[in-house]
Write a protein that binds this ligand. Sequence first.
Ligand code: NAD
Length: 229
Amino acid sequence: MSDKPNLVVLTGAGISAESGLSTFRDNNGLWNEYSVYEVATPEAWQQNPELVLEFYNQRRREVRQAQPNAAHQAISDAEADFEVTVVTQNVDNLHERAGSSQVLHVHGLITLARSSINEQVFELHDKDIQLGDHCPAGSQLRPHVVWFGEMVYHMDAAAQAISKADYLLVIGTSLSVFPAAGLVDEAPVEAHKALINKEADNVPPGFEVFQGSAAQLTPQILQAYPKQT
Ligand code: NAD
């Protein structure tokens, strides 16, 4: 067992904004261009799978082009001094590409495809998913992302990690998508809790707020956390 303090970082779309990936709810966010009902629900998948695949193929191409920013990097670097668990609502792989070793993707991972009849997932490498691409069991492949109304992943592991946190740092999320947003309630009362966000309109009780850019603030805040000597 490590005697490093436990740091859990809960991230949302805002941490990847400075890597060039659109958030959903900001001005210019993705939902201004697309209706959630057209692209991110099981009903949309039933009704217009081609549009849904194209939407996520486009997002996946953007993810491949994007690079981790200073916030992703600082979280990875913190593994030198903390036992770090990243719980992310993001479907991009920028935490992994920055070097983080424990990342729980509660809403899935866009670089993977999934069977539409079972939980088997497949690495897409540089490929898109097309209509007619099948899993070995013969069903159409779909993006490995959680759509509205579907079960989220890793909630038990995420809740457990947060319940043991000495530090909980929440970055770039409107905390409006449940059940992921409710994970903040799992933190022990005595844990140090902080939120880095461009807007500070949804601050859970007991959180210190740092309003501004994730890429600028995350390295500074993590540096300031006391290290064990
Ligand atoms: P959200 O769009 O609801 O909220 C993003 C938050 O980030 C906002 O509160 C905004 O003020 C803040 N923000 C924007 N730019 C910032 C910056 N540079 N620095 C700090 N904060 C910044 O996103 P959410 O809370 O993650 O929920 C939306 C859902 O959308 C998630 O569940 C996720 O699955 C999905 N999503 C993922 C990606 C991705 O993987 N990169 C992108 C868009 C949406």
